[in-house]
Structure formats: C-alpha cells, structure tokens
Design a protein around this ligand. Structure first.
Ligand SMILES: Cc1cc2nc3c(=O)[nH]c(=O)nc-3n(C[C@H](O)[C@H](O)[C@H](O)COP(=O)(O)OP(=O)(O)OC[C@H]3O[C@@H](n4cnc5c(N)ncnc54)[C@H](O)[C@@H]3O)c2cc1C
Length: 327
C-alpha cells in the first residue's frame, strides 16, 4: 500500500494547491480581517507590499529576553535529554505528552537537530523502519510505503523534521541547540552511592576550543533524570557513557559488528537506567552493552526513545526524592 500524493497531479496543480493550503493554514492563525484570511484572493499585493517597521534592538531583545528566560527556567529542569537525534526526539515526544507537568530540556551539540537521521545510509534519502515501529510513524501522520515487514519513508528528513516540529510545539520542552554537554553533575550519598544529577553545558563552539583558549567555564542544568541519546562514539557521540567510563563508574564494551536483526532488538530491549539518574537510549547504548552495529535502519532508534521515556518515568519518583534529600 502506497501512501503518497496522487501521481497524476501535474506539478503546477500541486503548487497551486500548496499555495491555497498555505493561505488556509495561515487563515487559521489570523483574525478574519487579516489580509491573508481570505483563501480565495491573492496572498499579497506585491506592488504595495511592505513589512511592518522594526528597530534592530527590538529584534535583539525579542531573542535574548526569551533565551535568557529559558536558561533561567530550565537551569532547574526535571528531565534533560542529551542529543536530538531520532532516539532523543522520539523520547521527548512521548515523555513531554505523558507528563506535561515536567520541564524537559533537550541539549543538542549541533546547530541542526536529527543526528544521523537526515539521510538513510551511505547518504541515500529513503528511511527504512522495521515493524512494529510503523505505529509511531502513523501517530506522527507521516506518509510511507508498506513493504511487509518494514516501511519506507521517502526521505529521512521528512521524518525528523516532522517529529521535531511536533516536539518543539509542546509547551514543556525547550531545545538548546549549538550547546554541548561537556560533563555530568553527580551527587554522592552518605553511603557513597553516586548518581547523575544534571549536566554541564557550553556553547559547542566553545567546547571545541578548550585546547587553544583558557578559562572558558561552562554552565549547568540540574535534573532529576538525564536521558542520554548521543549516538555512536565520535567527537561528541556516546558522551555520557564515555564520561562515566573514564571515572570508573561504568564498564564499556564497544559496539559489535553489524547484524541488523540482533542489533535492533537488543537496543530496544536494553534501553534502561544504565547508571543511577542516567537512562541511555539509541546507539549510545551499544557502547556500553556491546550491541551489534545495525546500519541505516531506524526502527530501533524510535522505539528505544519510546522505551527510554517509560524507563525515565519509572525511576523519576525515586530520583526526585533523592534530589530533595541531597542539595
Ligand atoms: C550514513 C549513515 C551511517 C550509519 N551507520 C550506522 C552504523 O554504523 N551503525 C548503526 O547502528 N547505525 C548506523 N546508522 C543508523 C543511524 O544513523 C544511527 O543508528 C542513528 O542515527 C542513531 O540514532 P541516535 O538517536 O542514537 O543518535 P544520533 O542520530 O547520532 O544522534 C545523536 C545526537 O546527539 C548529539 N550529541 C552527541 N554528543 C552530544 C553532546 N555531548 N552534547 C549534546 N549533544 C550531543 C549529536 O549531535 C546528535 O544530534 C547510520 C546512518 C547513516 C545515515
């Protein structure tokens, strides 16, 4: 079964339809007197067209006031998700809707979100997801081709941009991109038990220059639970697992060779709190569980994100209690 635009539509028909769809959508968010409220007329008169005036400082203040308000509010977050790839964003989508009372910060080191999910594999476009991950795709309302045991979305970017737009529209989520997690906050109980209690952040560009610039101290975000979805080992990848390994707090096993069938099941099933206060999802998990490499198939990333949301909510009451007890 193919879920796609009708192939007989000419490109001009498609464009005309898209323009009137834009007008209709815009009409929904403006009052009825608006110039764009009437979907049957031209959107703008281009001869008399002019933007409303603005002073440059208004633009600066519009951005900075909101950003610093967010930094202030989310300095004390309930849950931090590290990495806005397919696992991190899927997790955020489930978590934020299940618990609208929780403040969820997503920290992404790149300027753009999506991680390895803007392309399929070897820089190809189509995205393959094995069933039952198709349920998640239907929930997002994304068109796909059903190939029996798996589905294909025509472009991986369609998936990740749709997911991201839905996540960012949620009121209890804030994405801090171009921001790297460069350390973890930990707390040690009187009994000597260590747990993760937040993240240490910096502008990614600053993080990349600790070798040649000095005294560039980071910022911090406290959280009851951190969910790490930083992907494969790499300059920034597998970050939280690697940090705990260097401290002797976690054992690292390295990702195994490629086996799609084993890899996807083990990543989804193995999604859990790998260290007190730290839930690990997506390909980062392969770095501590020695799961097989899986190549460009994304069902496990999505469902590992879903599973991570459930695991995080399961441990949340305990970690919240500990957080109250240990300043
Ligand atoms: C070309 C290609 C090759 C692939 N190769 C493989 C493969 O070899 N094996 C395999 O299993 N799958 C592979 N895949 C499939 C797929 O890309 C990955 O498995 C999938 O992207 C992993 O999803 P993820 O959400 O776990 O991590 P990612 O998609 O890698 O997302 C992690 C995100 O975390 C961010 N991040 C990392 N560190 C930090 C930090 N310290 N602070 C803040 N943010 C951080 C990254 O910028 C990134 O956006 C490949 C895909 C492609 C397109």
């Amino acid at each position: 079964m193919i879920h796609s635009l009708h192939p007989c539509l000419s490109s001009s028909t498609v464009i005309t339809e898209q323009v009137s769809q834009i007008s209709l959508q815009t009409a929904n968010v403006h009052n009825e007197d608006s110039v764009v409220s009437n979907a049957t007329s031209a959107v703008f008169d281009w001869d008399t067209f002019k933007f409303a005036p603005i002073r440059e400082s208004q633009v600066s203040r519009a951005m900075t006031s909101r950003y610093f308000k967010d930094l202030n509010e989310y300095a004390e977050s309930d849950i931090v998700i590290v990495g806005a790839g397919s696992a991190g964003l899927s997790c955020a989508w489930i978590l934020a809707r299940a618990r609208p009372d929780l403040k969820i910060a997503i920290i992404e080191s790149n300027v753009s979100v999506g991680g390895g999910c803007f392309l399929g594999g070897q820089l190809f476009s189509a995205m393959v997801l094995r069933k039952p991950a198709d349920e998640f795709i239907r929930e997002l309302g994304i068109e796909y081709e059903d190939e029996g045991n798996y589905i294909v979305i025509k472009h991986a970017a369609l998936f990740i941009t749709t997911l991201c737009s839905k996540v960012l529209a949620l009121p209890n989520v804030k994405l801090f991109n171009a921001t790297a997690v460069e350390d973890l906050i930990t707390r040690t109980s009187p009994a000597g038990e260590v747990r993760v209690a937040g993240v240490v952040t910096n502008w990614t560009l600053v993080s990349m220059h600790h070798e040649d610039q000095s005294c560039m101290d980071p910022n911090t975000i406290n959280a009851k639970v951190v969910i790490s979805c930083t992907g494969h080992d790499g300059p920034f990848g597998a970050f939280c697992v690697k940090r705990l390994v260097t401290q002797g707090l976690l054992k690292r096993n390295r990702m195994g060779c490629l086996d799609m069938n084993r890899a996807e099941d083990s990543i989804v099933k193995g999604t859990r709190e790998v260290f007190p206060g730290l839930v690990c999802a997506g390909m980062e998990l392969s770095e501590c569980d020695s799961a097989n490499r899986m190549g460009p198939t994304f069902g496990a990333m999505v469902l590992s994100g879903v599973h991570a949301a459930e695991r995080a909510l399961e441990v949340y009451p305990l970690r919240e209690k500990e957080d109250k007890e240990q300043y």
